[in-house]
Design a protein around this ligand. Structure first.
Ligand SMILES: Cc1cc2nc3c(=O)[nH]c(=O)nc-3n(C[C@H](O)[C@H](O)[C@H](O)COP(=O)(O)OP(=O)(O)OC[C@H]3O[C@@H](n4cnc5c(N)ncnc54)[C@H](O)[C@@H]3O)c2cc1C
Length: 402
């Protein structure tokens, strides 16, 4: 009934594919989960409308803790060749050099990363390229009909369609806006090459609350220097239009302290701008279906916890819940609830939401409490900067004194 063609699957219209788990959406969450379940010997269908994931602006770097999750899941061998690792990060705060951090980070273009993960799908888990037109879910069987009329029957349906609403709506779940237009993420290439940039990577935090800038981070992806900037503004406002029109001028005004090190902020690509809403889901506790990754909840890129949250969903489902669910007949909501109530998942989602709100408040809030907090943080940082300068001066004087 199913025939493999390369790593794609075509389903003969006459019959239906029978699988343990049908995963709709072959992004970070769906492709990773499909790989792990396939390797564990499960029969899996992975469905996405596009064979090749287009190169959209999404997460472009992860930290060591997130890479450890890929390692734990055995996906690091696939991921490592697709990323640019770096470990020497210069941090600027309050308009001055603040710290040099020696820690591993890994940069990538999102489309290439997802396509690399898809290429590494086990042969027994082909990608079905198609659009889902009908979904029916129940306590025993889940049924998907694709636009070409082919049918997939599964014991469990996993929805991993990211921001997209079509499949979620067809099932009848609702997205709740926890914070609409919470922030803007902006991505662009700098003209300077990694070889000519003074620093391997740098992060510069906004100086004034009224600027509404969380931070700008600059890092290498292959042979180019990429910039991600996170601001608490909206797409429509004049500031955003001005930034798009002349990012170099705006950056030189906002962050003159790092301009020279970054080739005077000469920009070599259009500025990609994405509005981020913080969302959760309502009505998701149902028979036969589970929502994961951004299809379940979205947090803000500023604290950089999105990929970690997605991979925790994947890990808990693959290592704890799905093996238990498939052991016994049925897929009623009491089984599914165990995932949504899993303390590891709950803690990860709650932390993602908490740090997303905190990062905005500590940057922009003007009430007394937040001004005091900023003053306290900035005083501590200023003291650290002074301490470092004094130590530096001391170590320079040392030879002369000897
Ligand atoms: C601008 C931006 C910057 C970010 N930066 C960071 C960062 O620095 N660090 C970090 O940790 N996180 C970051 N994130 C968050 C991170 O990118 C996401 O949390 C993560 O990519 C979500 O993965 P996912 O698998 O849930 O969704 P996706 O990877 O979006 O996958 C969804 C998949 O579903 C498919 N699909 C859609 N509709 C259908 C349908 N009807 N039928 C079948 N398939 C469908 C799509 O084609 C896609 O392949 C950022 C997000 C944004 C928007």
């Amino acid at each position: 009934m199913t025939s493999g063609k390369g790593n794609e699957m075509t389903i003969a219209k006459a019959g239906a594919a029978e699988v343990d788990v049908a995963i709709v959406g072959a992004g970070m969450a769906g492709t990773s989960l499909a790989t792990l379940l396939g390797k564990a010997g499960r029969k899996v269908a992975l469905i996405d409308p596009h064979r090749v994931h287009h190169d959209e602006f999404r997460a472009e770097k992860i930290g060591a803790d997130q890479m450890q999750l890929f390692e734990k899941l055995g996906l690091d061998k696939t991921v490592m060749p697709l990323v640019t690792p770096f470990s020497d990060l210069y941090v600027f705060r309050l308009g001055q050099f603040f710290a040099r951090e020696k820690k591993w980070e890994y940069a990538f273009s999102y489309g290439s990363l997802i396509n690399g993960l898809r290429d590494a799908l086990p042969p027994q888990v082909p990608l079905t390229v198609g659009k889902v037109t009908e979904v029916s879910t129940g306590p025993d069987r889940q049924r998907l009909v694709l636009v070409d009329g082919s049918v997939i029957n599964a014991r469990l349906l996993v929805v991993a369609t990211g921001y997209s609403e079509a499949v979620r709506r067809a099932i009848g779940v609702e997205r709740i806006e926890e914070s609409k237009a919470h922030s803007l993420s902006m991505g662009f290439d700098l003209a300077i090459s990694p070889r000519d940039c003074t620093y391997q990577a740098l992060t510069c935090y906004g100086r004034r609350a009224e600027d509404r800038v969380a931070y700008l981070t600059i890092f290498p992806i292959g042979n180019k220097m990429r910039a991600n900037m996170f601001v608490y503004r909206t797409v429509a406002e004049q500031w955003t239009r001005d930034f798009r029109a002349d990012p170099q001028k705006m950056l030189r005004e906002l962050m003159p302290e790092i301009s020279a090190q970054c080739g005077n902020f000469e920009v070599a690509s259009p500025v990609e701008v994405r509005q981020v809403n913080l969302t959760t889901t309502q009505g998701h506790r149902r028979d036969g279906v589970v929502f994961i990754g951004d299809a379940f909840c979205t947090t803000c890129p500023t604290p950089g916890v999105g990929i970690g949250r997605v991979m925790i969903d994947v890990d808990q489902l693959h290592s704890v819940h799905i093996p238990r669910w498939l052991e016994t007949p049925g897929m009623a909501v009491d089984k599914i609830d165990a995932f949504y109530d899993d303390p590891v998942k709950v803690t990860s989602d709650e932390k993602g939401m908490r740090v997303s709100f905190y990062a905005k408040r500590i940057t922009t809030e003007t009430g007394l409490e937040w001004r005091v907090r900023r003053l306290r943080n900035n005083t501590a940082r200023q003291l650290m900067i002074i301490g470092r300068k004094v130590r530096h001066l001391g170590s320079r004087r040392q030879p002369g004194m000897a």
